[in-house]
Structures are given as C-alpha cells and as structure tokens.
Design a protein around this ligand. Structure first.
Ligand SMILES: NC(=O)c1ccc[n+]([C@@H]2O[C@H](COP(=O)([O-])OP(=O)(O)OC[C@H]3O[C@@H](n4cnc5c(N)ncnc54)[C@H](O)[C@@H]3O)[C@@H](O)[C@H]2O)c1
Length: 335
C-alpha cells in the first residue's frame, strides 16, 4: 500500500519560510510540498528552485485554490496571518501558522472562529515546546520530580537586535520576542498566568527606544496555581543567544543550560573558557522546528488534535498586551 503523504503549500518565503521549506522537503518524509507563494517573485522562485518545490507564485490564493493541497504553512509577515488563516480555513485547508496569529485579539478571535466553522486543524508555531531541554522540564513537573512547582525563571536573550525596520513593525518586544517565553511559561508550569508586572530599559541602544520599543525587559509573573516567576529578555546579549530556564519546586529544582556547537573546554594560565552558545534561533532550535512540523503533519494525517492550538496562540498575545500596559502605566496588570 502506498504511504499516505500530506500535500502542502507554503505561504511566505522569508527567513522562517525557507527554514520550514528545507525541513518539509528533506527531513519530513510524510510531507509533500507542492507550491510556495511570496509577493516577491524572486523569493518564491529561489525557494522553489533551492528546495525542488514543483511550483511557485506571487499570490497565496494560488496555494489556496490548488486542488491537491491539503494543508498550508503560513510564514508571511505577522500582519497577514489572520486574514490568510480565515481564507485558508474557508478553502478547507489545514493550517500551520507561525507566531503570533495577530497583534490584536479581534483579528485572532475571527481567525479562530473561521477555523472552528470550517472544521480544519490550526497549529501555531511555538516551536520551543518541542525542544528537548524544555520538554524535560515539563516532564519533571508532570511526573512530580521536583515536587510542587514554586518559582520559575526564564532567561531569553537574543545575540543582536533585528534590523530597526523590523523592530518598528514588530509589535514590540513583548508581542514579537517575549511571546515565546509567555507560551513557555504557561506550558512549563501547566497553569495560566493571571498577573504581570513589567520593567524595561534601552540604555545601551537608544535607537530601539526611538523606534518605539525597548532593548531589555523583565516581566514578573503570578500564575493561578500560586507559582511566581520572572522572564528576562534582551535584544542584545553580546555573548550570544541565551536560552535558559530554572524551575524551583518543593522537592528540588530543574534547570537547563544553553546549547553549544561543541563540548570543548579550553584551560590556560588565565582562565577556563569555551566557545559561545549556538548563535541564534535557526541554529539553536533546528531540531524543535523539525519536530513541531512532524507533529503537525502527523496530527493531520492521523486526524488527531494538534499540540499547540489556536487558543495556545491567543493567550500569549493577551499576556503580551498586559505586559505592555504594565510597562506604560507603571503598575501590575491582572489578566
Ligand atoms: N517560530 C519562530 O521562532 C519564528 C522565527 C522567526 C519568525 N517567525 C515568524 O514568522 C513570520 C515571518 O518572519 P520572517 O522572519 O520569516 O520574516 P521575513 O520578512 O524574512 O519573511 C516574510 C516573508 O513573507 C512574505 N510575505 C509578505 N506578505 C505576504 C503574502 N501576502 N503572501 C505571501 N508571502 C508574503 C514577504 O515577502 C517575505 O518574503 C513572522 O510572523 C515572525 O513572527 C517565527
């Protein structure tokens, strides 16, 4: 009997679109990528050529109209996601959409409603849930290895800020960057965040402030099960991509270190040192991107629930908006 594959279309051939294209065409045997669309024809063409995708176009409606395509992967700019989700759902396509669904709750709710009406699947691209380090933390909580969770600390720092043009339209550090950490926090603790208090600065990079954003932020969290926590974000950690977690529980603690390109330690007369951590999300989270996409393909082919659904996409936006309000109004905000 022939193996059943999932026929897919890719919308958006930028940084993350090309990454998913590579995985879909070379690492995920049950995926069959038939088309890529991007308004920049060069981007669509070069992606199709690079990854041997049979067809490409400038308009994503060609992907939605393609009779063989069963599922779409939305990797276009954030401001297009909600509209494309609605249209893809109406076209009866299952949907994987990069985070965030949108920057406002009305658009998110309309998109989720359209998915529900159409009865298709929607998975949101919170890839860090599929990272082996963070999965182990979640497992420790689920299996009671550290007793009752009490205090969570997440450190999530980028090695360098994105281009200032990106920052201007990104929605700000909470919606663009910390959104992964808000998702991670509720996933790891297994409880909802009910109160946030945010502080931020842009001391060493005032251009970020001029673009209406902040360079560094700390968000204090209180969860509905009583756990408290912090998220420490920076757009600019000079020593590299810093992605760590520590969770203290009543019977112990669990922590995860950064991932490195090698395990070599150099010792000399002055210091003991090693190479910097894996440089950025493409290198650090490669495996998680593959596993999340395999999970989506499996969910559709087996007709099982997705592991990160529309509501999981919505809640971190609610938290991010509350963190922004907290920062602007200098007060804690209950959700
Ligand atoms: N999960 C993650 O870790 C992660 C990492 C990076 C980006 N993202 C998300 O992925 C999305 C894309 O980010 P990026 O870094 O790849 O941006 P990018 O600017 O590199 O690429 C976006 C691409 O979308 C295309 N596009 C714009 N409108 C389109 C439309 N109507 N139809 C088809 N294509 C369209 C653009 O031409 C561009 O090529 C963003 O929402 C971002 O938040 C997620």
């Amino acid at each position: 009997m022939p193996v059943q594959t999932l026929k897919m279309g890719l919308i958006g051939a930028g940084r993350i679109g090309r990454l998913h294209a590579e995985h879909l065409t070379s690492r995920i045997p049950l995926a069959d990528l038939l088309m890529v669309a991007d308004p920049f024809e060069n981007a669509a063409r070069s992606c199709a050529e690079r990854y041997a995708i049979p067809s490409y176009g400038r308009n994503y409606s060609a992907v939605l109209d393609h009779p063989d395509i069963q599922a779409v992967v939305i990797c276009s700019s954030t401001d297009t996601h909600a509209q494309i989700i609605e249209e893809a759902a109406q076209a009866g396509k299952h949907i994987f959409c990069e985070k965030p669904i949108a920057l406002d709750l009305l658009s998110i709710d309309q998109a989720i409603e359209a998915v529900k009406r159409a009865g298709v699947k929607l998975q949101i691209g919170f890839n860090r849930r599929f990272d082996t380090n963070f999965r182990r933390v979640r497992q420790a909580v689920e299996q009671g290895e550290i007793g009752q969770p009490l205090v969570l600390h997440i450190v999530s720092r980028d090695p360098e800020p994105p281009p200032i043009e990106y920052i201007r339209v990104s929605g700000g550090i909470f919606l663009d960057m910390a959104i992964h950490d808000f998702d991670m926090a509720r996933y790891l603790v297994g409880s909802e965040i009910e109160e946030v208090f945010a502080q931020a600065n842009s001391i060493s990079d005032p251009i970020i402030a001029e673009a209406g954003d902040v360079e560094n932020a700390v968000v204090m969290l209180r969860f509905s099960n009583g756990v408290i926590g912090t998220i420490s974000n920076s757009r600019h950690a000079v020593y590299g991509y810093d992605q760590r977690v520590e969770l203290l529980g009543s019977a112990g603690a669990i922590s995860t270190e950064n991932n490195y390109p090698n395990a070599a330690i150099i010792s000399d007369a002055h210091s003991i040192h090693r190479d910097l951590p894996l440089h950025f999300f493409v290198e650090r989270y490669t495996e998680s991107f593959i596993i999340e996409m395999m999970a989506f393909v499996d969910s559709v082919l087996r007709d099982e629930p997705v592991q990160v659904n529309g509501n999981d996409g919505r809640i971190p936006v609610v938290i991010a908006l509350a963190a922004h309000t907290s920062l602007v109004e200098h007060r804690s905000v209950r959700l």
